[in-house]
Design a protein. Structure first.
Length: 509
């Protein structure tokens, strides 16, 4: 089989753009010194066998992509002249820079270097080269130096294998699970797993640019509980953000999947550690950016908390994602006069002050603390009961007239926010559970949620650093005294009515 046939048969098709590309690992395997020598022939004027050996070495060292393009065009014997002009893989892609009699002259986009060898080519061959060069231009992603931006030509493919799976969709974007081709990521990293990534496809440039700028701003925060993107890409009118794939799914997925595991001390301690990590991540967002830049997330919910299992023997790491809806601003909330521009919050987890925005009140960073309180309350319910209890609690919040979104607050006719009876009943049920009450870590968590997080008066709600410090104390006490985590009762606890489907008799857990 000819080298052309081998290269052509090895072309892959990007499942998103449908552009064809040559995976780098295949390029490396096919463009060898032997194959180069076999394809430049021995009848080139002035070339000796020794010259061909040296040329083959130079091609393999400097110009594998260039040589593959020449094979596709059928002009591989031009490689010597092009190398002598300095055309290496680093100079690709090229563009037509000449006109008139020089219309075939090509130049490098990276630095403007001109390659006059193309002047003597037939025009269709030059056009063919310009087309085929995109087959070897699929980008390489560095998984340690994250956050790069790629502006791709519309003919340039993303190096994705053919199978994709949609794992999420909103009005603004779709997220698909993909696999990168070997050779298109470096270095090998646990973070990226088996070459798998999650690609967020955004529908318009404005949303993409906001997400890109937010992620770039947040990239410098050295916090492992905040998602770090691998790269952003734009191609024609297509916009992508590439993330490491959360192989454990979302926190919501975890609760559903691990519904039957024993609620032992190890699970309680891991859960508290993760809550501390999430609180620390929000604290970093609120306070650790450079200068006077501040940020809030704006849409904290279990579906936006992802689980990464770098080692299957470990419990994993919870990471806050979907930072695209975050609001990054340069002045503290107390001196901003205009209202917020973040509108994407999931309504079940939104704070009560969102109801007051019609009156022009800006949204404070403690908005995130309310949302964390909602998430942590559900986490505590799952720890003491199960995922069905969370689902039933949501439905019971939704049943009263005026709360179709199952919010954790309700508004009075006087436009004042208060905690609804259903949420109060849930907190009371947790506090009265025999496994919880009597000075346990879980009781301390529930008290923290009720007294400092789900607080309708913004000024009385904990700030992120206060929440972090309080959780740090709970975790430290539990580490020193594991019996502090949870009371072991040796008997099933009855499931409170608030965690049961409506109109069903009580049962035991």
């Amino acid at each position: 089989m000819s080298l052309y046939d081998q290269l052509d048969d090895s072309l892959a098709e990007c499942p998103i753009s449908r552009n064809k590309f040559l995976p780098l690992n295949i390029l490396q395997n096919l463009i060898t010194e032997d194959n180069v020598r076999a394809n430049i022939g021995s009848d080139v004027e002035g070339q000796t066998s020794s010259d061909n050996d040296g040329l083959a070495k130079d091609v393999v060292r400097l110009a594998k992509k260039v040589f593959a393009c020449l094979i596709f065009v059928g002009c591989q014997n031009a490689i010597g002249d092009l190398l002598s002009e300095g055309l290496t893989d680093e100079k690709l892609p090229l563009f037509r820079s000449g006109s008139g009699s020089d219309r075939n002259v090509l130049s490098a986009r990276i630095d403007g270097t001109t390659f006059k060898t193309f002047r003597d080519w037939k025009r269709p061959d030059v056009d063919h080269f310009l087309e085929k060069q995109w087959r070897v231009q699929a980008p390489v992603f560095d998984t340690k130096v994250t956050g790069g931006h790629f502006s791709l030509n519309r003919h340039c493919a993303l190096p994705l294998q053919s199978k994709t799976e949609e794992i999420g969709s909103t009005q603004l974007s779709t997220v698909v699970k993909c696999t990168l081709y070997p050779g298109h990521y470096r270095p090998a990293s646990k973070v990226i797993g088996q070459f798998q990534v999650a690609i967020k496809l955004l529908r318009n440039y404005k949303d993409f640019e906001r997400e890109r700028l937010n992620l770039t701003t947040i990239q410098n925060l050295n916090n492992r509980h905040l998602i770090k993107h691998i790269a952003t890409c734009e191609s024609d009118s297509q916009y992508y953000v590439i993330f490491p794939l959360a192989n454990g799914g979302s926190l919501l997925d975890y609760w559903a999947r691990k519904n039957e595991i024993p609620r032992d001390q190890g699970l309680i301690f891991w859960s508290l550690q993760q809550m501390l990590g999430l609180a620390g991540a929000i604290c970093a967002l609120h306070h650790d950016l450079d200068g006077e830049i501040h940020c809030r997330h704006g849409d904290l919910k279990p579906a936006n908390v992802l689980l990464f299992n770098e080692d299957e023997s470990e419990d994993g790491l919870l990471v806050i994602a979907d930072l695209g809806v975050s609001r990054v601003y340069e002045h503290p909330t107390h001196i901003r006069r205009s209202g917020t521009t973040t509108k994407a919050t999931t309504r079940s987890y939104q704070a009560p002050e969102v109801e007051l925005e019609l009156y022009g009140q800006p949204r404070a960073r403690t908005y995130d603390i309310w949302s964390l309180g909602c998430v942590f309350l559900e986490f505590a319910i799952w720890l003491l009961y199960d995922f069905h209890a969370i689902q039933n609690f949501e439905e019971n919040r939704r049943r009263p007239v005026g709360n179709p979104q199952a919010s954790f607050y309700q508004m009075t006719p006087e436009r004042k926010a208060k905690i609804p009876p259903e949420v109060s009943d849930a907190i009371k049920a947790l506090r009265e559970d025999q496994r919880c009450k009597g000075g346990t870590a879980v009781e301390s968590l529930v008290n923290l949620i009720a007294d400092k997080l789900l607080v309708t008066v913004v000024e009385d709600r904990y700030k992120a650093e206060q929440l972090r410090d309080e959780l740090q104390k709970i975790v430290q006490d539990a580490e020193q005294n594991p019996s502090y985590l949870l009371n072991v009762t040796g008997q099933r606890s009855p499931i409170p009515k608030i965690f049961l489907p409506a109109e069903q008799p009580p049962k035991t857990w």
